[in-house]
Write a new protein. Structure first.
Length: 231
């Protein structure tokens, strides 16, 4: 599993976690960030939640250059300075800055997917139906694109595909190709080949006309054609 999926899976596992008591900002993410239990209005935790997710996923180097910040604005400024701020073409793994009213960034979320209508499905800390930017819970939200004020795009490392992974993928693809139906343009040629025994199928009634043909198979077809001519 690559860094992107690890971060997303870490965030998904936290869905439903709440601060306790409600409205206190007393939550495990703040405890980890500050090294002690804190509460009160001075400790909002939407950005802290994402710092915690990257840290738990073993990808802390990707968040704020490996440092710490509880400020969405500070993270946005850093992303701009380092060339990691994007303003369009959002994708999974982006940390999207959100503005619900006015020019100031109020909130941040982890993009889980981009929807067909352009809205973003996000996983956010310290949100809720009662307050988008201070709701006290980890939730999955759907945000209209108009709320996005840019995003920080971490430099995720892609997990290398192994030979076993590639072979398995090719087996699945070839199996699907084998089941595809041939085109109408080849009907006459196929009928001739089947009637003359040049193409005999796979023994189960399938001819796999959309499958690849190896040199070995081609030689068999040529040999059958030569036998047909010599009859």
């Amino acid at each position: 599993m690559g860094e992107l999926e690890r971060v997303l899976e870490t965030a998904r596992r936290e869905l439903g976690v709440k601060e306790s008591p409600a409205g206190s900002n007393r939550v495990k993410y703040n405890t980890a960030y500050y090294g002690r239990e804190v509460q009160g209005s001075a400790y909002p935790w939407c950005c802290v939640f994402l710092w915690w997710c990257f840290r738990q996923a073993g990808a802390e180097r990707l968040f704020y250059g490996g440092g710490k910040t509880a400020s969405c604005g500070a993270l946005a400024d850093w992303a701009k300075r380092t060339g990691r701020l994007v303003r369009e073409g959002y994708r999974a793994g982006d940390l999207v800055f959100l503005r619900f009213s006015g020019p100031v960034i109020q909130h941040i979320g982890l993009v889980e997917r981009v929807n067909a209508d352009g809205s973003l499905t996000t996983i956010e800390g310290n949100t809720g139906t009662g307050s988008d930017a201070d709701g006290g819970q980890v939730q999955r939200r759907r945000r209209p694109a108009r709320y996005a004020a840019g995003a920080f795009r971490p430099e995720y490392e892609e997990e290398a595909m192994t030979q076993t992974d590639f072979d398995r993928m090719m087996e699945v693809w070839l199996a699907k190709r084998a089941q595809a139906q041939p085109g109408e343009f080849s009907r006459q040629a196929r009928t001739w080949a089947e009637e003359n025994g040049i193409v005999r199928g796979d023994g189960s009634g399938g001819f796999q006309y959309k499958s690849w043909c190896t040199r070995e198979q081609m030689l068999v077809f040529l040999h059958r054609f030569a036998q047909m001519l010599s009859r």
